[in-house]
Write a protein that binds this ligand. Structure first.
Ligand code: ADP
Ligand code: GLC
Length: 486
């Protein structure tokens, strides 16, 4: 039973990436917007994230107040004590601690290959977080870890030779943003960061002969969440469980699915400085100019054809293996495609090849470019997201807010947020992971495109709906309050 706490509940979020400090994908959006949303619910909610290269300067430039706290946060890894400076970083709606250890946080955020050495920044972030209450003289009631990179924190509470016994005043929540990335290391490396030998067993880290950081964190955390109710169901199946479905089923009483929210101040077409013109659901004139600028960015004249945009990591998850074979047929159906992202070389190459084959219909931009992505959401008629799996997905929520109608596969968080039937109809949804199923949805979207009234209704319905944290942040707060006070 939850015990009553005195005063405001105190939560420390720990994440390898967080907007506005760093960003690789949607985890950064969530880790940067959930803590302030909880602050609005009268929680004392703070964030710990690394000071990747340029982060401290950028924070100062943006007007954050930075103060270095006197004591460093420490952790012993492989016979070395790493000591990180901790910068308290305060600004409108954000209380963060930036952990600065240039020998570890020299970037990029994620290594191409995970080894005991390339994992060191994540081990340090996690163990330094456990030292933070002492260093910052601030004792959280809950530490909320986000994804595999912070899994060593929860796992340490189960099996670390010091932390398993050390007195502590907090409970832990672990959020699975993506079960496809679990953090696998050789079992022999566990001792390097203080894990006792009993942690290497099947009731701990062991997973097909490797050490699985996320598995241990799931076992050791007080509560597990994932980022949509749909994905919470899928990860408990053999098909969607990425080898941990059975474990997750056995932990079901502590697992819940809470839908991500969007920072609707940052993602707002009425005030987005990256857009050439502002617009909102009751004044859509500016969207036409955004569309015009998007066409220009692709080097296209407007000939009335609809523009389908795609913004995302070029990874297997995102469905490129059904989108790419559908491209030629989409161009034959009179669609234009504006595809941007980066990731696996074979997908990047295939997108560029399609763009050179169909220069008037397919445009590819390889790379991470936030202003261009905002123009794509703003200028697109449709947003295409044919994911193989999708824990939540923020891109389709951004697209809805910017009046680009989503065309998505019915999976995970996409299934929970995009509907083709009923009063909440806001997009097009297809069931099968196949180019044919995708093309059928595209052809339904094209029929609607031909009907201006139906398009306007769909766009405005999506833009009016609240996809912010107002729905979900209270669910997190309720979860924290249900945890045992220590
Ligand atoms: P994931 O976290 O799996 O990558 P999400 O849909 O949750 O997917 O979030 C992706 C976030 O990253 C969105 O904010 C999206 O706009 C952004 N993003 C992805 N690729 C790019 C890119 N190439 N340039 C700019 N922003 C991008
Ligand atoms: C992951 C998932 C994505 C989710 C994001 C934030 O990267 O792939 O679906 O929206 O995390 O939770």
């Amino acid at each position: 039973m939850a015990l009553k706490r005195a005063g405001r509940i105190k939560i420390l979020h720990v994440s390898p990436e967080a907007v506005p400090f760093s960003k690789v994908g949607g985890l950064a959006d969530v880790a940067g917007s959930l803590p302030p949303a909880l602050g609005e619910l009268d929680a004392d909610s703070r964030l710990l994230t690394p000071a990747w290269p340029g982060v401290l300067d950028a924070a100062a430039d943006r007007g954050f107040k930075l103060t270095r706290i006197t004591r460093k946060a420490e952790a012993a890894i492989r016979w070395r004590i790493y000591r990180g400076s901790v910068w308290k970083c305060s600004g409108p709606g954000m209380e963060a601690y930036l952990l600065d250890e240039p020998s570890l946080f020299g970037g990029p955020v994620y290594p191409d290959e995970l080894t005991p050495y390339s994992a060191t920044p994540f081990l340090f972030l996690s163990l330094a977080a456990l030292d933070l209450p002492e260093a910052a003289r601030w004792a959280p009631d809950v530490i909320h870890c986000h994804d595999w990179g912070t899994a060593p924190l929860s796992a340490a509470l189960g099996w670390h030779r010091y932390f398993r016994e050390a007195p502590r005043s907090f409970s832990t929540v672990f959020t699975i943003h993506n079960l496809a990335h679990q953090g696998l290391l050789p079992l022999e490396s566990l001792g390097d960061w203080g894990i006792d030998p009993d942690g290497a067993g099947v009731d701990g880290f062991e997973f097909f002969g490797m050490a699985n950081l996320m598995k241990a964190a799931l076992i050791a955390s007080d509560a597990i969440t994932t980022v949509s109710p749909g994905y919470a169901g899928e990860i408990m199946t053999e098909e969607g469980g990425e080898g941990l479905g059975g474990l997750l089923r056995s932990l079901a009483p502590k697992v819940s699915g809470i839908l991500n929210g969007l920072d609707d101040q940052s993602w707002n077409p009425a005030s987005d400085p990256c857009l050439p013109a502002a617009y909102s659901h009751n004044n859509m004139a500016g969207k036409a100019l955004c569309r015009q600028k998007l066409l220009e960015a692709a080097g296209w004249e407007d000939d009335g054809r609809p523009v389908f945009v795609s913004v995302g990591r070029m990874a297997e998850q995102k469905g490129l293996s059904i989108l790419l074979p559908a491209l030629e047929r989409m161009t034959a159906m009179n669609c234009r495609l504006f595809i941007m992202g980066s990731g696996q070389a074979e997908y990047e190459g295939a997108v560029l090849k399609a763009a050179s084959r169909f220069p008037d219909s397919v445009f590819g931009h390889i790379g991470y470019d936030e202003p261009l992505s905002r123009l794509a959401y703003g200028g697109g008629d449709f947003f295409i997201m044919p994911s193989r799996f999708e824990p939540c997905g923020l891109s389709q929520l951004i697209a809805l807010r910017y009046g680009a109608i989503p065309v998505v596969r019915a999976v995970g968080g996409l299934k929970d947020t995009v509907f083709e039937e009923g009063p909440d109809k806001n997009g097009f949804v297809f069931p099968d992971y196949s180019p044919e199923s995708l093309l059928e949805a595209v052809s339904r979207a094209l029929k609607t495109f031909a009907d201006k009234g139906a398009m306007a209704k769909l766009i405005s319905g999506g833009m009016k709906k609240d996809y912010s944290w107002r729905q979900s942040a209270p669910l997190y707060k309720k979860l924290y309050e249900s945890l045992p006070a220590r």
